[in-house]
Design a protein around this ligand. Structure first.
Ligand code: HPA
Length: 284
């Protein structure tokens, strides 16, 4: 980097925050930096229990990382081996509905990118919009619609990021093929569809769900889209899997609750773990 570039980066608070978080994480990595990061959604933090030789970094140890406020979201990075590969898993996201701005919501992803991690595997809990997606279904994210009205790239361009990133392959084609193969081999039913990201935290109204259906959404949630945008701006390859925890409002007869979301996420643990581990083992 040129002297001017360095000076500019250190003046940019967003870039300085990424550097500080990345340095704190790097300091706790023994040996090589993992090539894969896994972001765990609501109720999916159990995957960290399957990581061998774990090094746990609680969020207060990482500058700029807020403490998660949502039940079901931990608050730690776990570095270790999963399915024989070195990984870093993020248990506890920073959602914009918690009051975080878009930049904070992607701080972990940017830090992973700054560390040289090239692949991001994202999981989330989502409501099923497509009628055939019943609670407990797993959906490979083929594409997304960002309806949050926010974008984490607004503002000065951070070092290593593009001003106008291409979004034609947000969820990597090759990685999706691997995911489908693993699902076939392990006999895990895996749907595929479009995830729409909203701000939340209120669930959608029935009229909003009808609108989303017409827009081409298969599942709806309150995360993931910011992270994928930030990752693509750094050239990281992304793969996303939604656990459909409920029928979106108006499709099912019952009111929605976070407890229901957590219960269903819990019930499909085994299948999701098999899928994630199979994919991690095969990642290029
Ligand atoms: N809507 C939005 N986000 C969600 C849902 C939902 O129905 N279920 C889990 N996360």
């Amino acid at each position: 980097m040129t002297a001017t570039g360095t000076a500019r980066a250190s003046l940019n608070p967003a870039a300085a925050a990424v550097d500080a978080a990345a340095a704190a994480i790097r300091a706790r990595i023994v040996g090589e930096v993992p090539r894969v990061a896994i972001v765990l959604g609501s109720g999916l933090g159990f995957i960290t229990e399957r990581i061998e030789d774990p090094v746990r970094l609680r969020y207060p140890e990482i500058p700029g990382f807020p403490q998660p406020t949502v039940p079901g979201h931990g608050g730690e990075l776990v570095i270790g081996r999963l399915a024989g590969r070195r990984v870093v898993a993020q248990s506890g996201r920073f959602h914009m509905y918690e009051g975080h701005d878009a930049a904070t919501s992607v701080l972990a992803v940017r830090a992973f990118g700054a560390l040289g991690i090239g692949t991001l595997l994202l999981t989330n809990a989502a409501g099923g919009v497509r009628r055939t997606l019943q609670p407990g279904a797993l959906m490979l994210i083929a594409d997304h619609i960002n309806l949050t009205g926010r974008n984490p790239l607004i503002g000065e361009v951070l070092p290593g990021e593009e001003r106008f990133p291409d979004m034609s392959d947000p969820y990597d084609r090759e990685l999706r093929e691997i995911a489908r193969e693993v699902a076939r081999e392990r006999r895990v039913a895996l749907a595929e569809g479009v995830y729409v990201g909203l701000l939340g935290p209120s669930y959608e109204t029935p009229a909003e769900v009808r609108m989303l259906e017409r827009l081409g959404a298969d599942a709806v949630g309150m995360s993931t889209v910011m992270e994928v945008i930030a990752a693509r701006a750094r050239g990281m390859r992304c793969l996303g899997i939604s656990t459909v925890t409920n029928l979106a409002c108006g499709i099912g007869a019952q009111p929605l609750s976070h407890a229901e979301v957590m219960d269903v996420a819990n019930a499909v643990r085994g299948e999701l773990a098999a899928l994630v581990e199979g994919i991690v083992a095969r990642l290029p």
